[in-house]
Design a protein around this ligand. Structure first.
Ligand SMILES: Nc1ncnc2c1ncn2[C@@H]1O[C@H](COP(=O)(O)OP(=O)(O)OP(=O)(O)O)[C@@H](O)[C@H]1O
Length: 266
């Protein structure tokens, strides 16, 4: 299933949590060097899918390959970064102390802490304890940890939640520059407007991929000018014709399956 240019490829992926099947029949590829948005309403399974990609989700079935290795392989430890919604940094340490600690733990080059603090725009808060930061600043500390060591694949679960529009825009500029520098980013969001910032979109609903598309294609196919409307149009089209999943090859972005896609599970 592996193709050059694919950072992630999943086939017939399913996940159970408790008594529920929360993901099923997931087929996707994520192109290397792009910003892929994973969008969908709260509870649709975005975090679960991201957890499967980084290899921390239990009870996963199907195949999932990341940078050419099975998800969660030891060999991926330094090349895949993951920032969860919950800030996973130490409250009683300053921003800089946290980053220096994780720099050592992750084996990142010395001085990388300063680089990532500047990347996320926290240089003026480097000496502030994390428990004195705002929610948005705190999540940027987690983001900075994820960027240590220049990982090839950066998986970010709702990194812009709770941020003001200016900061959100700055972070999307940062994501873009990381991709220009060669990294692959998968960024989840339940804010449909953020779709327009991505190269590629995976739209999710109720544990399945509703469409695999681009922002332009999404708007064109649905005849809308805003992604929120487009998402609703897709749901309406899906309920008329059954679920569709788009596919794309290693080098091209053919029919994404919006409105008239190929059947999944062939
Ligand atoms: N431990 C669990 N046991 C049973 N169901 C769970 C468990 N954890 C999550 N779920 C369910 O799995 C589904 C997917 O959750 P997930 O967190 O992946 O969604 P999400 O799209 O990331 O949502 P959000 O944007 O709110 O974080 C949800 O319906 C949730 O209720």
């Amino acid at each position: 299933m592996e193709h050059s240019g694919h950072a992630v490829a999943a086939r017939n992926l399913a996940v159970s949590r408790g008594a529920r099947t929360v993901l099923s029949g997931i087929e996707l590829v994520v192109q290397a060097g792009q910003v892929t948005g994973l969008l969908g309403p709260s509870g649709c399974g975005k975090s679960t899918l991201l957890r499967a990609i980084v290899g921390v989700q239990a009870r996963v079935s199907g195949e999932i390959t990341v940078l050419g290795q099975p998800a969660g392989s030891r060999g991926l430890r330094r090349s895949v970064a993951y920032a969860t919604q919950a800030a996973s940094v130490y409250d009683d340490l300053t921003v800089e102390q946290n980053l220096r600690y994780f720099e050592r733990v992750l084996g990142a080059p010395s001085g990388d802490a300063q680089r990532v603090i500047a990347l996320v725009g926290l240089q003026d808060h480097a000496a502030v304890r994390v428990d004195a930061l705002s929610g948005g600043q705190r999540s940027r500390v987690s983001l900075a940890v994820a960027l240590l060591g220049e990982p090839q694949l950066i998986v970010l679960d709702e990194p812009t939640v709770g941020l003001d529009p200016v900061l959100r825009a700055e972070l999307w500029t940062l994501f873009r520059s990381l991709a220009v520098g060669g990294a692959t980013l998968i960024v989840s969001s339940h804010v449909m407007d953020e779709a327009l910032r991505c190269d590629r979109l995976l739209l999710m609903r109720e544990g399945a991929i509703l469409a695999d598309t681009t922002p332009t294609e999404l708007l064109t196919r649905t005849g809308t000018t805003d992604p929120e409307q487009a998402f609703l149009a897709l749901i309406a089209a899906g309920s008329r014709t059954g679920p569709h999943i788009g596919r794309h090859g290693a080098d091209s972005h053919p029919d994404p399956g919006v409105g008239a896609g190929t059947e999944a599970g062939t």
